[in-house]
Design a protein around this ligand. Structure first.
Ligand code: FAD
Length: 492
């Protein structure tokens, strides 16, 4: 076994056939790290007609990064040109595309090629990846970079399909729809609502915001980089020092565990609500759950938007949707031309969004019937040589570096398999279970997550399957410490 660069026809070593699902930040980073490590047989299959993942699919007005752009960048391609501290979606997408071009990654990527399923073949110890067109691709390893936010979530409201105006989800924004002078309803008050509402309000004649539960919204120091800063960032050392300065704050911080920090954040958000002039609206915008219970939100424009005469906050529950508008429990119908569903994504499926079958015909959906689980989010027992990116309980901090740690882990494992002459690895179930027991205890110890919020962190079984309760650096170090000890290993 080992490297077969002498052309003996087997597919180990640097000739290993590696299929990557998705060309979002995760798939792109995988291609980069694999090539850096000398792998040549890399195929990135992307369902969309463009790279960029989240940042090409989501185009609603106001969409921007909510972590500093200088740390929401590939560590292997820092960007001296970020125009502001929290870049907007078009700039992030342009950066991702330019990265693919500058690093000559296009040859690995097949656009318009969705993966329909993947099946582990016990006899040949290979994956058979089937595309939406029925093409079968044999792979020695699969990296799933499907992302967490690929499936839109709609509310179950009676009459939703009867609406005769324009209805769209923030995650599938219709760029041809002109909201100027229109009567618009936004359903939802979480991340995409907070970003899009201030922009929609500028165009609409009337905007009704339908809020089920209030969220704390923190201000962010979102400033344009000055000409001097941009000049300074062109010096690689200065750029690195700037990034490291931010990372020294973001990397080791374990969010939501420090009551003093939680309390301070809540106080800052409560002060921000004070800008709202109407007392009743202020009261309705003030959450009755602690900061951190729901996903933290950031905006400088959200609260001031409720001082506009064309914006109404509606907290009466929605009863049903009619062909012309929205009726609330008190019987009031608000007639609108456009309904925007800012209602989030189905986030608890991870790699199992497509049928994946592992050893002995075990399906990932079956394996995860009590909720998705993995070992450090990246590998799950019974599915050899399947590396998952942004998998269960990996949501923390800035996701590009978090996902890079996972790519680096996958590539290191492949290299160590080459060195040891191993064809497949499969995390031991007892190792994965012990890890998950510790993880659950840590999640349960984060007090604000137990405050009864109905947030997206939870799977149907009520388990928090998305959040990582420790710091980014702890995650990086835990991944770096994994050896074959934790795996069953095999050869063909
Ligand atoms: C609105 C929004 C804002 C966000 N803002 C931030 C932020 O500010 N900071 C932050 O850290 N994170 C943010 N995130 C999280 C963001 O998803 C991650 O930062 C990052 O994009 C994850 O990269 P990824 O490659 O894992 O997944 P994605 O970016 O989701 O990319 C997945 C790719 O896989 C493709 N794909 C999926 N299934 C298949 C299939 N079966 N076959 C072929 N291709 C497939 C998709 O088409 C997509 O291109 C945000 C997410 C959303 C939805």
């Amino acid at each position: 076994m080992g490297d077969n660069s002498d052309g003996d026809g087997s597919t180990t070593g640097k000739d290993r056939r590696i299929v990557v699902i998705g060309a979002g930040p995760g798939g792109i980073s995988s291609a980069h790290y694999l090539r850096e490590a000398g792998y040549t047989n890399i195929t990135v299959l992307e369902r969309a007609d463009e790279v960029g993942g989240t940042w090409q699919r989501n185009r609603y007005p106001g969409l921007a990064c909510d972590v500093w752009s200088h740390v929401y960048s590939f560590t292997w391609n820092p960007n001296p040109a970020w125009t502001r501290s929290y870049a907007a979606q078009p700039e992030i997408l342009a950066y991702i595309r330019k990265t693919v071009t500058d690093f000559d990654l296009w040859p690995f990527i097949r656009l318009d090629t969705g993966v329909a399923s993947a099946r582990w073949d016990d006899d040949t110890s290979t994956w058979v990846v089937t595309t939406d067109d029925g093409e079968e691709i044999v792979a020695d390893a699969v990296i799933s970079g499907q992302g967490m936010f690929g499936e839109l979530k709609y509310p179950d409201i009676e009459g939703r399909d009867s609406f005769e105006g324009v209805a769209m989800h923030t995650g599938a924004w219709d760029e041809s729809a002109d909201l100027t002078g229109k009567r618009v309803a936004v359903i939802g008050s979480a991340a995409s609502a907070v970003q899009s509402i201030p922009e929609i309000a500028k165009l609409a004649s009337q905007l009704h915001v339908f809020q089920r539960s209030a969220n704390w919204v923190l201000p962010k120091e979102d400033v344009e980089h000055t000409a001097e800063q941009l000049e300074e960032f062109t010096d690689p050392e200065a750029l690195m020092a700037y990034r490291e300065g931010i990372m020294a704050f973001v990397g080791p911080s374990t969010p939501f565990s420090n009551p003093e920090i939680n309390g301070a954040a809540e106080w800052i958000a409560a002060c921000a609500i004070e800008v709202v002039e109407d007392e009743d609206t202020r009261r309705k915008l003030t959450p009755d759950t602690p900061w951190g219970c729901m996903r933290p939100l950031f905006s400088n424009d959200y609260y001031p938007t409720f001082n506009r005469s064309n914006v109404e906050l509606v907290t009466d529950p929605i009863e049903h949707i009619t062909p012309t508008g929205i009726v609330t429990a008190d019987g009031t119908e608000r007639e609108v031309d456009v309904i925007v569903f800012a209602t989030g994504y189905v986030v608890d499926k991870f790699a199992s969004r497509i049928p994946i079958t592992g050893r002995d015909g075990l399906s990932l959906t079956e394996a995860w019937s009590d909720g998705a689980k993995a070992y450090l989010g990246v590998t799950t027992s019974g599915f050899p040589n399947l590396f998952m990116l942004y998998g269960p309980n990996t949501n923390q901090g800035s996701l590009i570096p978090m996902i890079e740690y996972q790519c680096q882990f996958a590539v290191r494992m492949l290299q160590e398999m080459d060195a040891a002459g191993i064809d497949w690895i499969d995390v031991k179930p007892e190792v994965m279970d012990a890890y998950n027991e510790e993880l659950r205890a840590a999640v349960d110890s984060v007090e604000v997550w137990q405050a009864g919020c109905s947030h997206y962190y939870l799977s149907d079984s009520g388990i928090n399957v998305t959040q990582y309760p420790f710091s980014m650096f702890f995650f990086r170090d835990e991944l770096a410490a994994i050896t074959f000890e934790q795996f069953e290993v095999g050869t063909r």
